[in-house]
Design a binder for this molecule. Structure first.
Ligand SMILES: [Zn+2]
Length: 308
């Protein structure tokens, strides 16, 4: 079994340069790729390539011989190269936008949820557009296609593959989001949620909230969800506040988590042997919070030192 596998792998490696001129195939990422229709074939063997050429392209391309054939091959090669470069840039850009948007210190988990959801929707749209040969959202591709004119061979498969791969990656990476999507929606807009969908422990609080017009206006005017939930009365909205706290304390990015560990390493070194767990806890809290200490209040609670 093992030796058979090795044998196939060895055979796979050898791509005969002659096949380019004979069958319009080149080697790309270890696989032979048809320059004409951009189909790739998994086994590097002449008997896999020749039939493809014979059935698909022979009739149209066999008339090209000698120099003309070579020139055609180099045109196809360079147009493939262009397509791939442009497409890679588009995919990289979209990806890095998303990556950048979910870094950052003060992000809530629901912001990240929104970014991911919107990117997934964009991907869906891109794929649909590629199928319809529309390039409105790929200005560079559009330009390249216009420039290539009649030389451009529409091969949606390559483009589609890049996008669907990205789509699958996203779905796999963010499966947890799907499970908590209802919670995110309640948290982000408690006034718009259908009460029958809300978990029963929150229902009474949400009903009270939705029928309170003052709070509704406050919510509309507020740009900070933490502030809004913080301002609700603990007595009347106990469950909802607890729920909000759970969501707010989830890491919206890895920033805070990484920051906390680096502070921990910095503080708990060999020179701080008398640092107790209690102190360390306090240091971490102070270093990572955005809250400011109310010094006036703290001072007023201190017992003044009596002078003798
Ligand atoms: Zn082909």
């Amino acid at each position: 079994m093992a030796s058979r596998k090795r044998k196939i792998e060895q055979e796979k490696r050898v791509f005969n340069e002659l096949w380019t001129e004979l069958y319009f195939f080149i080697e790309l990422k270890g696989k032979p790729l048809c320059l004409i229709c951009q189909k790739s074939i998994s086994v590097v063997k002449e008997y896999n390539l020749k039939p493809h050429y014979d059935t698909e392209h022979k009739a149209k391309f066999d008339c090209l011989e000698g120099e003309i054939r070579k020139r055609k091959i180099s045109t196809l090669k360079s147009s493939l190269q262009n397509q791939q470069n442009i497409f890679k840039v588009v995919a990289d850009n979209s990806e890095s936008n998303v990556r950048a948007s979910y870094r950052g210190k003060n992000k809530l988990i629901c912001d990240m949820y929104t970014d991911v959801k919107s990117f997934e929707m964009k991907l869906k749209l891109f794929i649909k557009h590629i199928d319809e040969k529309k390039l409105d959202h790929f200005p560079n591709c559009k330009k390249a296609v216009e420039e290539a004119g009649d030389n451009f061979v529409w091969q949606n498969i390559t483009m589609r593959n890049v996008l669907t791969q990205l789509q699958t990656e996203f779905v796999n990476r963010f499966t947890d989001f799907k499970k908590s999507s209802l919670n995110m929606e309640i948290f982000q807009n408690p006034f718009a949620i259908d009460i029958s969908e809300v978990p029963s422990n929150l229902q009474m609080n949400i009903v009270a909230l939705q029928s309170n017009s003052t709070l509704k206006t406050a919510f509309k005017e507020s740009t900070d969800l933490i502030q809004f939930y913080g301002g609700l009365s603990s007595e009347n909205f106990k469950e909802l506040k607890k729920f909000a706290q759970q969501i707010i304390t989830m890491f919206g990015s890895t920033y805070l988590c990484e920051q906390t560990f680096s502070i921990l390493n910095y503080r708990k070194n060999k020179n701080c042997s008398r640092l107790t767990d209690e102190h360390l806890d306090a240091i971490l809290r102070v270093s990572t919070t955005k809250m400011k200490a109310d010094v006036k209040k703290l001072a007023s609670q201190m017992q003044p030192q009596k002078s003798h």
